[in-house]
Design a protein around this ligand. Sequence first.
Ligand code: BT5
Length: 236
Amino acid sequence: MPASDHVRREWPAGWHVRYVETTGSTNADLLAAATAGAPDRSVLATGHQTAGRGRLDRRWEAPPGTNLLVSILFRHVPEIPGDLTRRVGVAAVDAVRSTTGADAVLKWPNDVMLEGRKLGGILAQRATGGPVVVGLGLNVGWAPEGAARLGDGVAVADVLAAVLAAYDALPADVHDRYLQLLDTIGREVVVELPDGELAGRAVDVERDGRLVVIDACAVTHRIDVGDVVHARTREE
Ligand code: BT5
């Protein structure tokens, strides 16, 4: 996102948006800022990350000035902290739809997907003392091999403004909307777990965020952490 886009823009009320040209990771910066007293709904966007993080210590890649790279600090943490992550995921999908018309969806737990390819990812981390930082990377002008992007005609700052506005417009209880947007439900999936693999049908997500999968022996599994591969087309 060019700095000029940030400076001239009016952001939705109540969000404290800051932009830096380059940094290590906006999540890491905002976690530090949280400890130093940054206000609720602080938003840090950058044009470039030198150490962008994915989940499970993976990397998040984007060349300078191409994509949305942003983190949001939430001081009011709900009973189920994962609700914040799901809210940002739903807001990201709504923002993509409103700014481009593209039919984005979610893949469990919080990947933003376009036509079966990853368009964006979310990483939530908890700061010392409880506040939560939710980071969103969304491919606008660039995507790695096999991933999706929105395209050159889309302004990164417009997408960020749309994400914040969409977040403001969410219902108090976002669970049903999350389930509606979640392309994973009803699909045959393979879940890559920290200690192996599980194949089965994804049938639900519980309120605490766990994915419910029924395997071939009709055993029900509830999964906290994993990567889902959609094995074949959903049977409607
Ligand atoms: C995620 O992790 O999807 C969470 C990504 C969160 C990134 C944001 S950017 C702002 C904030 N600051 C940070 O430091 N992070 C957050 P995960 O599900 O683990 O996906 C990571 C994997 O996706 C990598 O191992 C790559 O295979 C792939 N990947 C990396 N960059 C990508 C990109 N731009 N688009 C699609 N896939 C990518």
